[in-house]
Design a protein around this ligand. Sequence first.
Ligand SMILES: Nc1nc2c(ncn2[C@@H]2O[C@H](COP(=O)(O)OP(=O)(O)OP(=O)(O)O)[C@@H](O)[C@H]2O)c(=O)[nH]1
Ligand SMILES: [Mg+2]
Ligand SMILES: [Zn+2]
Length: 283
Amino acid sequence: MHSGEADVIWIDDEGHEVEGRCRLARTLHVTPVAGDWVVVKGERVTKVFARRNELRRTQTHGRPAQVLAANIDLVLIVVPLRSELHHRMIEGLTAMARSSGAQPVIVLSKRDEADDEAEVTALQARIHELVGDVDQIVTSAQSGAGVAALRERLGEGVTAVFLGASGAGKTSLLNVLEGHHELTRSLSRTGEGRHATSTRKLYRLSSGGVLLDIPGIRFSRAVVDAGAKQPDFSELETLATECRFANCGHGRDLGCAVVEAVNAGMVSSELVEQWRAYRAVTP
Ligand SMILES: Nc1nc2c(ncn2[C@@H]2O[C@H](COP(=O)(O)OP(=O)(O)OP(=O)(O)O)[C@@H](O)[C@H]2O)c(=O)[nH]1
Ligand SMILES: [Mg+2]
Ligand SMILES: [Zn+2]
């Protein structure tokens, strides 16, 4: 999705599925998001159909919630087996799915990195404590474990979205589901790395479903420590009121007061990262 444009998939007169980028008609009052159904006339998106549901990320300061995706049936929350458990994120993403009316499913990834079945069972029990009765699927993109079970959930007419931290293995799972070769992240020595998936992408799966691959949320350690006290963000929140756009992402947006303050050395970029991570998981 780009500003003023949308990538649209449609069926042409011969019954073939085609994909193209369309400009948005000026008269549109809703900006389409991934998962929207639209009307295209003369290569312009002229209408966005009413949404069955919206996956929303709440923003602070009474700003409108950011709609991540629409018409979602299944929210696949990808949690790698061998990492510290991101409690807040798992709870936050599950709550986000539930409040939209979509069904959350926890997808434990990288099963091959666990020592034994006991480790897997223990993690599943901890997740159950956190979020209660949510289906859990144990998978490995490397060994292919659990991929068939995942595919089964992605049948005809199902629209699903992958959510989870950057590096959790979302794109890798998509690749084994479909035999694609989308770019996956390679870990740097520090384990930090970058987002491999930089934009939301929608894939039509051979199993009949549709899967959205959304880039992961980067989590800094301080944020995810269970019970860690939330840092003081008041200065940032004040700065943010001066950004040119109300829905500023404080990244590459024009006229961003937060980025200006970071560039001027007045605010640490680490604090901004933490703040973003907090906002991303606070439903
Ligand atoms: N051992 C093991 N490594 C995996 C598995 N799946 C993914 N990885 C590795 O984990 C890293 C991150 O995988 P990605 O699929 O790019 O993660 P992502 O969730 O798409 O990350 P973003 O696009 O940044 O949100 C890569 O180095 C993968 O090779 C797995 O099942 N087992
Ligand atoms: Mg990815
Ligand atoms: Zn900003």
